[in-house]
Design a protein around this ligand. Structure first.
Ligand SMILES: [Zn+2]
Length: 384
């Protein structure tokens, strides 16, 4: 029997829960609670405002400071409109690859962690292994902050965090921060033959969208952070909505843009420039249509993970993997939130980000084996 048989069993159970971010994750959380309770481990929920979703954390071993957090999100991205060859909610093996939504991002890390709970319980752990499973990561890391605040305030404060996003079990030391904004422009409707009698919200919004494009081009030319690819801040417009007909000046136009930057100060400067331009446009529109204007709502803001080569998390991950290369990623993760709360974090998990969010998402069996070896070494180290 393969050494990863328990991991595969657990992974199949986790994949079967449709934890697309728009759904409740409570069925999965209850399953994990029961799994841990059967082993005498108490877990703690940190729920959202309406009680429909929960983070869960649990200590394995002594409830003391200096533990290592295994951090993963329970939610997955939608499968809507994606061509899947097999049921995304049924773990399916073909040619050494395991298919299913969340196999790479990131239920395999959760499964590998849970599959080693028995080994951790049997080991003479000197410091705890702490499971920390979140919700709503995929829609802007909205769930984890409340759990991270609790963990950071404990007497038994952890000393390092492994965030198991898919890195093919390589050590990733930094990630970009991401902010997204909803911009609403309101104008005044008029017949398109008399444009001076109204304000087209679409045509005004285009000025701000052009600024996003211009700042993106400038950042591409000016900013360079070694190890990041792309090397500087990026800006994209993900949604636009507005208008009703060709011969009506639009009263309303809404767009959503996102800003990803290696460096918070750079992101601050870009955001400030956008807000200043929006405030100026707001005044111009109000001068022509007092009921009009521009509003900006910050939809999400996830801090980046900054390089901290001497941190407890980095030295731990390097010792466990033997990987000494320096890497940074352009996607955001929960690692920056832990770092901001004063708990050093690193990203290292099974599977590849290249398969994440794709139809026919998969992970190789060998990745689960590497994940299992990582967990065994971690348990040994916490027992030394
Ligand atoms: Zn993920």
């Amino acid at each position: 029997m393969s050494g990863i048989a328990p991991t595969l069993d657990i992974l199949a159970r986790l994949i079967a829960f449709d934890t697309t971010s728009r759904n409740s994750n409570l069925a999965l959380i209850e399953w994990v609670e029961a799994f841990l309770a059967a082993r005498g481990i108490a877990s703690h929920r940190v729920v959202n405002a309406d009680g429909s979703k929960a983070n869960l954390y649990a200590f394995i071993g002594p409830r003391s400071a200096g533990g290592v957090v295994l951090s993963g999100h329970t939610d997955v991205v939608p499968v809507d409109d994606q061509p899947w060859s097999s049921d995304p909610w049924t773990l399916t093996e073909r040619d050494g690859k395991l298919y299913g939504r969340g196999t790479a991002d990131m239920k395999s890390f959760l499964a590998v962690s849970l599959a080693h709970v028995d080994a951790a319980l049997a080991a003479p752990l000197k410091a705890p292994l702490i499971l920390a499973f979140s919700y709503d990561e995929e829609i802007g890391c909205l769930g984890a902050p409340s759990m991270i605040a609790e963990l950071a305030a404990l007497d038994a404060r952890p000393s390092a965090v492994i965030v198991g996003e898919p890195t093919s079990m390589k050590v990733v030391s930094a990630h970009k921060g991401v902010r997204s904004f909803i911009v609403e422009v309101t104008g005044r409707e008029a017949h398109s033959s008399l444009p001076d009698t109204g304000v087209s919200a679409i045509m005004e919004a285009m000025k701000l969208m052009q600024l996003v494009l211009d700042m993106g081009a400038e950042a591409r030319a000016a900013s360079s952070h070694a190890h990041f690819s792309p090397p500087g801040p990026t800006m994209t417009i993900g949604r636009v909505e507005g208008g009703t007909a060709a011969n009506i000046l639009a009263r309303r136009c809404m767009f959503v843009w996102d800003l990803r930057a290696p460096d918070a100060a750079e992101a601050d400067a870009i955001e400030a420039r956008f807000r200043q331009a929006a405030a100026q446009l707001d005044a111009e529109i109000k001068a022509r249509a007092p009921e009009g204007g521009v509003t900006i709502t910050r939809r999400s803001s996830t801090p980046g993970l900054s390089f901290a080569p001497d941190s407890a998390a980095e030295s731990l991950a390097r010792a466990l993997t033997g990987d000494n290369e320096t890497r940074a990623v352009a996607y955001a993760a929960e690692a920056g939130l832990f770092q901001r709360a004063g708990i050093p974090a690193i990203i290292c998990g099974p599977g590849s980000i290249e398969q994440a969010h794709q139809p026919d998402e998969w992970i190789e069996r060998t990745q689960l084996e590497q994940g299992a070896a990582f967990m065994r070494r971690l348990i040994e180290r916490l027992s030394a």
